[in-house]
Design a protein around this ligand. Structure first.
Ligand code: CO
Length: 459
């Protein structure tokens, strides 16, 4: 049986280990090797790449994509898209979502992995529909989470609904790295028995589960796995590409990736990683295993945010109480998956409940909007008492929130005016207004990033 490999070094590994600070010039010399290595796809865009390009790298994200596409004619380019939220957390009107998808495909994207943080399919259907219309591959995504209302059955039901949108594959997205080998095996097996499209598995090595989980998911029938080249793997990143290939081949799985080329890719990124560790841009701690998250059942990022927040308020000794309050808040909110921004929102609320000595006395605007229904439908029921305390007599919105939004593309185009040189620029402006405008003002003054590397010739 054949297993396809998605290489994440350009996107998720880059995002998880060095906050997406890898400039295009750094990885440009290795693109042709990545392209000829035999990967199923290169995850290279979306997620935080867009924001980081504009905000920190003075790079046009669209130009980055076009350059990757030009250097990688053979391999499919893949992006991660947060459905109706595109690359951020607010909802955009449908015309903007459609334009964004269309331009992504026009500029080189072949596969769009589309998810909604609440698994509310109303928030992915427009992006899926437009992806299909553009002739690209839509991978509908399940955000994996654990709670009393999430079960194999509920995930199978969700997968069937996603399949009926016409997607060409379904991704199990374990953003927190909490999917265990057994849970992964059972889930993929159940999905394979109930849907016919290929199943991709995305996880993180944070808690030390990732390598085992991918192996068991493959045994259960997963068709595609996400891995990162070893020098950019492990810890909060993905399991290592070469290690997974080595293990899977021993079990007789066929994998098209050329290991000799992996070596070259790894040697290349190792030099960059070491340089970043030396500069202090890569904290070696993120490469370590954090089994704590298994005990607390919350993502690693959320735990470190909570610690930082309590430390800043001189209340670190109340961490244990806050950690005990966290599951209560999550329950009151109808068990949202603990993915950004919900993980932070739940954590902040739990801390507020503990520190104020009264539950939901202080509530953030984000939590209010969530309870109002502006993020979509909560997976479970929001505690009616909590809802009443937060909203008073106001009724929550139960429709699809994007339906309340007026078309946005033309208005934004007018607003940014001549600073935008293309429709792509307008989309950058819509996604990150301040960052994009600042970028437009200084895009010609780009300083070249210098990174010395040695590259061996391999054909
Ligand atoms: Co991820």
């Amino acid at each position: 049986m054949k297993i396809n490999i998605t290489e994440t070094v350009l996107r998720d590994a880059n995002q998880s280990l060095i906050a997406t600070r890898m400039p295009f010039e750094v990885f440009e010399p290795i693109l042709s090797t990545l392209d000829s290595a035999g990967y199923y796809s290169l995850e290279c865009w979306g997620g935080a790449t867009f924001d980081a390009c504009l905000r920190y790298l003075n790079e046009d994200p669209w130009e980055r994509l076009r350059k990757i596409d030009a250097a990688c004619p053979k391999t499919k380019l893949q992006m991660l898209l947060r459905g109706q939220n595109l690359l951020g957390y607010k909802h955009y009107p449908d015309d903007v979502v459609r334009m964004f998808v269309r331009k992504s495909v026009e500029n080189g994207i072949d596969i769009i992995r589309i998810f909604d943080a609440l698994n509310d399919l109303r928030n992915i259907e427009t992006a899926v529909d437009e992806t299909l219309k553009c002739g690209a591959i839509a991978s509908g995504t399940i955000c994996y989470t654990k709670s009393p209302i999430h079960s194999l059955d509920s995930f199978v039901t969700l997968a069937k609904q996603i399949e009926s949108l016409g997607v060409q594959s379904i991704t199990v997205k374990d953003m927190a790295g909490i999917l265990s080998p057994k849970e992964g095996y059972d889930l993929v097996k159940a999905l394979k028995e109930n849907v016919s499209v290929p199943i991709a598995v995305h996880t993180h090595a944070t808690a030390g589960l990732g390598f085992m989980t991918l192996l068991k998911c493959v045994e259960a029938g997963a068709d595609i796995i996400d891995t990162a080249i070893s020098s950019f793997s492990g810890g909060t990143s993905q399991p290592a590409t070469e290690t997974m290939i080595y293990v899977l081949r021993q079990y007789g799985y066929e994998i098209d990736v050329n290991t000799r080329k992996c070596q070259k890719i790894n040697d290349f990124f190792k030099q960059y990683r070491n340089a970043e560790i030396e500069k202090g841009e890569l904290n070696p701690l993120v490469l370590a295993t954090q089994a704590d998250v298994l005990h607390y059942q919350i993502p690693g990022g959320m735990l470190s945010n909570l610690v930082a927040q309590l430390k800043a308020q001189n209340e670190l000794d109340r961490l244990e109480e806050v950690l005990e309050e966290t599951p209560n808040v999550r329950k009151d909110l109808g068990y949202p998956p603990l993915v950004t921004p919900l993980s932070q929102m739940v954590g902040v609320q739990a801390a507020a409940n503990v520190l104020a000595g009264e539950r939901y006395k202080n509530v953030s605007t984000e939590i209010k909007n969530y309870v109002r229904g502006e993020y979509g439908k909560a997976p479970g029921e929001i505690n009616p008492d909590v809802m009443k305390k937060i909203l008073g007599d106001e009724q929550p919105y139960t429709g699809r929130f994007a339906d309340t939004l007026a078309p946005g593309f033309e208005a934004a185009k007018k607003e940014i005016g001549e600073k935008a040189k293309s429709d792509e620029d307008v989309l950058s402006y819509i996604a990150f207004p301040a960052q994009a405008e600042a970028f437009f003002d200084k895009r010609d003054e780009k300083e070249k990033y210098t990174f010395k590397y040695e590259i061996e010739k391999v054909d």
